[in-house]
Design a protein around this ligand. Structure first.
Ligand code: SF4
Length: 125
């Protein structure tokens, strides 16, 4: 039988890999070969550490939890449309130069758009 810390790590990695669609607690324990009792303890531990959130869900007539990561790892996709990526001023731009991200309208607009989209995503769940 795997050690609990190994299971905790594997469980968290699996939850992360399922991203925003989450994973049913019962599916996760089957996948990891753990007992449901042990699985519940690990899920609570991950939730108490602030790494995941648990949402109650009725599945096949039984109440269980769907587990979601609280944060997603950053990906290249998250910055692919950042205006800095193709900006001709990029080499000259810096916090302490005359061309600065501190007062760049294009960067500010992009960040605000991201914040709005993130707000919609949080509001949908
Ligand atoms: S902060 Fe603005 S000026 Fe600087 S690289 Fe990004 S888009 Fe260009």
């Amino acid at each position: 039988m795997p050690k609990r810390n190994d299971l905790e790590y594997k469980a968290f990695q699996y939850i992360l890999s399922n991203g925003t669609k989450g994973v049913l607690q019962s599916e996760l324990w089957r996948k990891l070969g753990a007992s449901s009792r042990e699985g519940s303890r690990i899920a609570l531990k991950l939730a108490n550490k602030g790494l995941i959130r648990r949402e109650k869900e009725l599945s096949d007539g039984r109440w269980t939890y769907r587990l979601y990561p609280k944060r997603q790892p950053a990906t290249v996709d998250s910055i692919i449309d950042c205006p800095c990526m193709g900006c001709p001023e990029n080499v000259k731009c810096g916090s302490w130069t005359t061309i600065s991200p501190n007062d760049c309208e294009r960067l500010t607009e992009w960040l605000l758009k991201l914040a709005m989209e993130q707000g919609e995503t949080i509001g949908d769940s």
